[in-house]
Design a protein. Structure first.
Length: 225
């Protein structure tokens, strides 16, 4: 059964597709058979993947344009990791996905215009629909400064939710990478790659931890004897 990571947010333009692409790259490089399912009508990931294929950038990731959550879950059965890039809204389908996903990552910028909807969305999922807080995490993206990072981190933690370590800043270098089929981990600037990698590795760590917990306990040498 695939480990399901849902990239969702109350609004668009906060970094869902950015994280989906980067996490897909890292998961694939880590040996997980990975599918990125693009359910967003904008088809940002699908269009980006076409550029990546045209430029022949390795590794070539597996990306599918899918119409519905059931389609994504069905196709994801053949993979170790299913990353779903969901449209920029919280609706009934988001709730259905939140109930079955292993991790819901909500990207957010460092302004209240982004942070407040993120908190309200998590409050709805947790307090009204009883989605465990352990499945709900915020990843800081398009952050303007160190002060913005600190403000956003405090805002989310005060609301009672986990903020992943690291933050992806708002930089032109990331956009240039996406324009040519690369991820935010593959820019021409090592400092930018490292900043983005810290966030993505924090998500991957949760995936690895959960995968280890799924493994059946094996007998020790003494027990086997």
């Amino acid at each position: 059964m695939a480990f399901i990571i849902l990239m969702a947010a109350q609004k668009g333009g906060v970094g869902k597709s950015t994280l989906a692409r980067a996490l897909g790259l890292v998961a694939a490089k880590s040996g997980f058979k990975t599918l990125i399912a693009d359910l967003d009508p904008q088809k940002t990931v699908v269009s980006w993947h076409e550029r990546r294929v045209k430029t022949a950038i390795e590794p070539l990731l597996e990306v599918k344009e899918l119409a519905s959550v059931p389609d994504a879950l069905n196709d994801g059965n053949d993979y170790d990791v299913l990353i779903i890039d969901y449209p920029g809204r919280m609706d009934a389908n988001t709730l259905d996905m939140a109930r079955v996903c292993d991790l819901l990552v909500q990207p957010s910028g460092d302004g209240v215009d982004d942070l407040d909807p993120a908190v309200r969305a998590f409050h709805l999922l947790h307090y009204k629909h009883e989605i465990p807080k352990e499945r709900l995490v915020v990843a800081l993206c398009r952050v303007s400064s160190g002060a913005g990072d600190a403000f956003a981190r405090t805002y989310i933690k005060t609301a009672g939710y986990e903020v992943l370590r690291g933050a992806i800043p708002e930089k032109r270098g990331y956009k240039l990478a996406h324009d040519t089929g690369f991820t935010v981990l593959e820019t021409d600037y090592e400092g930018l790659n490292q900043r983005a990698n810290e966030v993505v590795e924090a998500i991957l760590a949760k995936l690895v931890e959960a995968t280890d917990e799924r493994q059946p306990e094996t007998a020790t040498a003494g027990e086997a004897a």
